[in-house]
Design a protein around this ligand. Structure first.
Ligand code: ATP
Ligand code: MG
Length: 254
């Protein structure tokens, strides 16, 4: 088990009035899973991501991340969990503009107190892992959008987190770069990385093995797409025509 949400509610205060945003959300994610959470704008995706990412606390309900009961954790404990157990990937990369790719990837290791030598080695390995061995000393402004996102992914995986948590990871990318990022996610997941990805794009969501839908703050279980499970009928004909070739591409590359 990576995490478990049990009957989670989140309200925001609007003046004196509590506005319910997440309503009775129950879900759990096991090691090795690849889950997409889909939903329209305003449905509560980022609110849910902030809770799963231990950036914010629920109003009510139990959230267990790894072995920690998050409601009982103080700020220091939460930041340790974020640093050591969660790798974040954001729509807008969130790289430090003046630092090289290598320095950006080293950052979580710096916070974790890893020695300089080991930081360098692990960051280099992570950048190789995402295919950027020839761009290690480039600054973000010298990289394309897709490359920037791959640096961000290298940073997210560099200390081998329990969970890779991505919020609209392809939202700022063109189609081709977005596809490359999705291929990378699939590869990482095949290597055992647990992924939860938030997206509003069906084409992106179907890269995951399990899709959940959030509507008006409520979560609805969706398709399982793990290899052992039959893939259920896609929602559109277009999705159907794309589902099969993707499997072939993956097989051809393997
Ligand atoms: N800090 C806040 N205070 C009050 N209301 C908030 C706050 N943050 C979010 N909300 C409300 O919660 C609801 C869900 O917002 P959230 O950002 O989670 O949506 P989302 O699904 O991520 O949307 P998008 O796809 O546009 O990013 C919205 O109605 C929003 O107005
Ligand atoms: Mg959002």
């Amino acid at each position: 088990m990576v995490f478990e949400l049990k009957s989670i509610y989140k309200d925001y205060m609007q003046g004196k009035e509590a506005v319910p945003v997440l309503k009775d959300i129950t879900m759990s994610v096991d090691e090795g899973e690849y889950v997409a959470i889909m939903g329209p704008s305003g449905s509560g995706k980022s609110t849910l991501m902030n809770i799963i990412g231990c950036l914010d606390k629920q109003t009510k309900g139990d959230f267990i991340f790894d072995t920690a009961d998050i409601m009982l954790c103080n700020d220091k404990q939460l930041s340790e969990i974020r640093n050591q157990k969660i790798g974040f990937v954001f729509q807008n990369f969130n790289l430090l503009p003046r630092q090289s790719a290598l320095e950006n990837v080293e950052l979580p290791l710096l916070y974790a107190g890893v020695s300089k030598r080991k930081r360098r080695k692990l960051a280099e390995e992570a950048l190789k892992r995402v295919g950027l061995e020839d761009r290690m000393l480039f600054k973000p402004t010298q990289l394309s959008g897709g490359q920037k996102q791959r640096v961000a992914i290298a940073r997210a995986i560099v200390n081998q987190p329990k969970l890779l948590l991505a919020d609209e990871p392809t939202g700022a990318l063109d189609t081709k770069s977005g596809e490359q990022v999705m291929e990378l996610f699939s590869e990482l997941n095949r290597d055992g990385v647990t992924i939860v990805m938030i997206t509003h794009e069906p084409e992106i969501a179907k890269c995951a093995k399990r899709i959940m839908h959030i509507r008006d703050g409520q979560l609805h279980a969706g398709d399982f797409r793990g290899s052992a499970e039959p893939v259920s009928a896609p929602e559109t004909a277009d999705a159907a025509s794309q589902a099969a070739p993707q499997e072939e591409t993956e097989a051809a590359e393997a």
